[in-house]
Unconditional design. Structure first.
Length: 210
């Protein structure tokens, strides 16, 4: 009779099973798709969700995973590379309309893995258009954005203008602010400060080769 995965797990030493759980979670996190506890249960063939939770809790206790309380898909890597660096997943959102950034982050189209010291709040945004191609930011690229509501001249920001998120270089023009493209076909957007909402500063660029 052919054995099932759950039958095999029943005869696998706990340490070896835990390593399989870790490898599965790590692969999902690095792919930008953090698993739920039930997805771990299904992938490992555990009969009870508590079996998956016990292994995940043990990996947290060992310092191999980090768990954010109160969140679904809350596990992330906690690997050391010379100094303490944490790998975590941030939400990938598409177009962001006025007042809807929080909603977009709560229902993202996916996740992107970043490394950092755990400080700051980040999201990722898929670039639309060619207005920043002079700086190498192309259509379809993904920018990693640190959420903040202020910017300094020269920062590349994600700003909300007329209910649409745009990626531009932030400048000051006297009492007004300018959002400057890196493409001569797009004139600067010069507005009163109250007409521009800074959503965050771009800190990293991602590109997937097709």
């Amino acid at each position: 009779m052919r054995s099932t995965l759950s039958d095999e797990m029943a005869y696998t030493p706990p340490g070896r099973t835990r390593e399989k759980v870790f490898r599965f979670v790590r692969e999902r996190l690095l792919a930008g798709s953090p698993p739920t506890v039930r997805e771990v249960q299904a992938a490992m063939g555990f009969e009870a969700v508590e079996s998956a939770r016990r292994h995940l809790d043990a990996l947290v206790a060992e310092g191999r995973l980090v768990k954010t309380p109160g969140r679904s898909r809350s596990y992330r890597l906690a690997e050391q590379r010379g100094r303490a660096m944490r790998t975590r997943c941030v939400p990938l959102v598409g177009r962001v309309q006025a007042g809807a950034l929080h909603a977009a982050i709560e229902t993202p189209e996916g996740y992107v893995t970043i490394e950092g010291d755990g400080r700051g709040d980040y999201f990722a945004l898929r670039v639309h258009g060619d207005s920043m191609n002079g700086l190498g930011i192309l259509e379809g690229d993904i920018v990693i954005v640190r959420r903040q509501d202020k910017a300094e001249p020269g920062d590349i920001v994600v700003a909300l203008v007329d209910d649409e998120a745009t990626v531009k270089t932030f400048e000051r023009r006297g009492r007004r602010v300018a959002l400057v493209a890196a493409n001569p076909h797009y004139p600067p957007i010069v507005l009163d400060p109250d007409a521009v909402q800074i959503l965050g500063r771009v800190v990293e660029l991602r590109r997937h080769w097709r």
